[in-house]
Design a protein around this ligand. Structure first.
Ligand code: SF4
Length: 281
């Protein structure tokens, strides 16, 4: 029987658990409809479970109509909250406190006259929310190549999408530093992400197969899969235990498991149980 080991840090982070709890509390206490602004987390199973409890995603405040609107852990621009409140919606702001920290850092840099660069994935909801706090001249940079055609001011301030790697931040900073008179960097990477990445990397080094559980749309899960793949060629990204294939485990002596920040503990437990059944068959 192969050894099955779960990474020492894996699965739902503080911000996701908090947002989930706040959405469930809102649905328990509300007499009117409860919507989340977009899917609460990048995890189709959790979103389906919430829908069964009457908590549905809405694309924008207008679609939510009335009742309660839960802002997810990714956060939003101040304009979105103002729009929801102007429509009479009761806003439950489940923005992760670590994302709020990025909002405050970006706003402070903008107020102090820095052009804000947000190191992150262009178009990602968290990044859009950060941009809303970062002033007029703010720009998103995903890597050094994005800087090539970008006009920079003399004073540049850098913040980072919480799920980015320190390595990517370092590359962008190295590419900016020679082009500006003053550079201020506020490292807003969330520890939950770096801890999960380090634990996944360590486990992938020692494993014959790595299973990464989490939504396919989840940026942090995709990055975990990438980190594992660089160390263990036999890495598989799944959303649900039902996707497991017995052939993946042929001749494996150690099977490693990790999960993205939007994967609840039950999904990890279900996957471990399913792997145990598959390898015992
Ligand atoms: S990964 Fe970090 S910043 Fe993002 S929701 Fe989780 S705790 Fe918050």
């Amino acid at each position: 029987m192969p050894v099955i080991e779960v990474a020492r840090q894996a699965g739902a982070c503080y911000g996701v658990e908090r947002a989930l709890k706040m959405a469930l509390e809102a649905s328990d206490s509300a007499s009117q409809p409860v919507h989340t602004l977009g899917p609460l987390i990048h995890n189709p199973l959790v979103v389906a479970d919430l829908e069964e409890r009457g908590v549905r995603p809405a694309a924008d405040p207008a679609e939510a109509g009335s009742g309660t609107l839960v802002i997810r852990a990714h956060g939003v621009t101040p304009q979105v909250i103002a729009d929801a409140e102007a429509r009479g919606l009761a806003v439950v702001d489940a923005t992760c406190p670590y994302v709020k920290r990025v909002h405050r850092a970006a706003a402070r840099l903008a107020a102090e006259g820095y052009q804000v660069l947000v190191v992150g994935e262009s178009g990602h909801p968290e990044v859009q929310g950060i941009l809303g706090h970062a002033g007029e001249g703010a720009r998103v940079v995903s890597d050094e190549d994005d800087l090539a055609g970008l006009a920079l001011c003399d004073k540049v301030g850098v913040v980072v999408q919480t799920t980015q790697t320190a390595e990517r931040l370092a590359h962008v900073v190295a590419a900016v530093v020679g082009r500006v008179g003053e550079l201020r960097v506020i490292n807003t990477i969330c520890e939950a992400t770096s801890e999960r990445q380090a634990a996944a990397a360590e486990l992938a080094e020692r494993s014959d197969v790595m299973i990464v559980i989490g939504g396919r749309e989840s940026g942090n899960t995709r990055r975990l899969a990438q980190i594992c793949r660089e160390r263990c060629m036999n890495t598989h990204h799944i959303e649900d235990a039902a996707e497991l294939d017995a052939a993946w485990f042929d001749e494996a002596e150690r099977i490693g498991i990790t999960a993205g920040a939007s994967t609840p503990a039950e999904q990890i437990e279900r996957t471990v149980a399913q792997i145990e059944r598959v390898v015992a068959a």
